[in-house]
Design a protein around this ligand. Structure first.
Ligand SMILES: C[S@@+](CC[C@H](N)C(=O)[O-])C[C@H]1O[C@@H](n2cnc3c(N)ncnc32)[C@H](O)[C@@H]1O
Length: 272
C-alpha cells in the first residue's frame, strides 16, 4: 500500500480506538456520520458473545462479520487474528480454545493495541497476546498457527497477495484460513474505487470474489470458498456512498448488489 494510504488507515483506526476508549461506539468500516447505525459493523455478535467480552471491546468492534461464530475452534488450537483492532475476536477465540490453546492478534495501530491489551486485562484472559506488526509481514514463525481469522481488514491492505502469502506461511500444514471481509461482485464505479474515505471505510479496497479465491489458490491454499454473510441493500449503498462524499442518488444503483460481506475459507494442504 502507498505510504499515504497506510498513514490514513492508521490515523482513522487510531482515532476510532481513542473514541471507543471513551465508551463511544466507534465507526470505521462505515462512517463517523453513521456512528451506531453503520450498515457494515452493526449487529454482528450474539447476546452470549457480547456478555463474554468487556463493553469497551464491543464498542471498539469494527468488523463486518463474525469469524469466531463461523469457524470451528477446538481446545488447544492456536488462533491468529489479522488486524485485531480492539481485540474482540481474539478474546472470544481465547475463551474458545481454552487454557491449552492460545490466541494472537496482530495490528499496526498503537492506539488499537493499547485498547486491546486493556480489554484483555479487563476480561482476565491470559492465553492471548497482541503483537505490533503489519499483516503483510506477520511477526510469528512459519507453521506456528492452526487457524487464521480476520474481520474486515484484508480489504485495507495494499498488497493482498503478500497478506495471503503470510497467512499461508504461518499456518501449520492442515491449518485453516477463515476470515470475514467486505468483498465485491462485478465492477464498481471508478469514483468508488478511487475514494480514499471509502478505502479506509473498507469498501474501495475490497477484493472481487473471484479474485479472492484465485489469489488463495495462487499462494498455495486448497478448497477456497466464499459465502455471503450480509448483502448490502440500496439504502446501505446510499449510506456507504455518502460516507465517501459521493453522489448517492446517481451511484447507489451502480453499487447495490455489488458489495457484500463474506466468510472466506481455505486450507493449507496437510502435506506440502
Ligand atoms: C476495520 S478495523 C477491524 C478491527 C477488528 N478486526 C474488528 O473486527 O473489530 C481494521 C483494523 O485493522 C488494522 N489494520 C489495517 N491495516 C493493517 C495492516 N496492514 N497491518 C496490520 N493492521 C492493520 C487497523 O489498525 C484496525 O485496527
Amino acid at each position: 500500500m502507498s505510504t499515504e494510504l497506510t498513514t490514513l488507515v492508521r490515523e482513522k483506526y487510531g482515532e476510532a480506538a481513542l473514541r471507543a476508549g471513551t465508551g463511544s461506539r466507534a465507526s470505521c468500516c462505515g462512517s463517523d456520520a453513521n456512528c451506531g447505525a453503520d450498515p457494515i459493523t452493526t449487529g454482528l455478535y450474539s447476546a452470549e458473545q457480547m456478555a463474554d467480552v468487556p463493553a469497551l471491546a464491543l464498542a471498539a468492534s469494527l468488523g463486518c462479520g463474525n469469524p469466531t461464530a463461523l469457524v470451528s475452534l477446538a481446545p488447544g488450537d492456536v488462533v491468529l487474528d489479522l488486524g485485531s483492532g480492539g481485540g474482540i475476536d481474539v478474546l472470544l477465540s481465547a475463551r474458545r480454545v481454552g487454557p491449552t490453546g492460545y490466541a494472537y492478534g496482530v495490528d499496526m495501530t498503537d492506539e488499537m493495541l493499547s485498547l486491546a491489551r486493556q480489554n484483555q486485562a479487563a476480561a482476565g484472559i491470559t492465553n492471548a497476546e497482541f503483537l505490533k506488526g503489519t499483516i503483510d509481514a506477520i511477526p510469528l514463525p512459519d507453521a506456528s498457527v492452526d487457524v487464521v481469522i480476520s474481520n474486515c481488514v484484508i480489504n485495507l491492505a495494499g498488497d493482498k497477495r503478500a497478506v495471503l502469502r503470510e497467512a499461508f506461511r504461518v499456518l501449520r500444514p492442515g491449518g485453516r484460513f477463515a476470515i470475514t471481509d467486505v468483498v465485491t461482485r462485478g465492477d464498481l464505479p471508478t469514483a468508488v474505487r478511487e475514494s480514499l474515505p471509502l478505502w479506509t471505510g473498507c469498501v474501495a479496497g475490497a477484493l472481487d470474489e473471484m479474485a479472492f479465491t484465485a489469489l488463495l489458490r495462487e499462494v498455495g491454499f486448497t478448497s477456497p470458498s466464499l459465502e455471503s454473510v450480509r448483502e448490502y441493500t440500496a439504502e446501505d449503498a446510499r449510506a456507504i456512498l455518502a460516507d465517501g462524499g459521493l453522489d448517492a442518488d446517481t451511484m447507489a444503483p451502480m453499487v447495490e448488489g455489488h458489495v457484500f460481506s463474506a466468510f472466506v475459507r481455505a486450507t493449507k494442504p496437510a502435506v506440502a
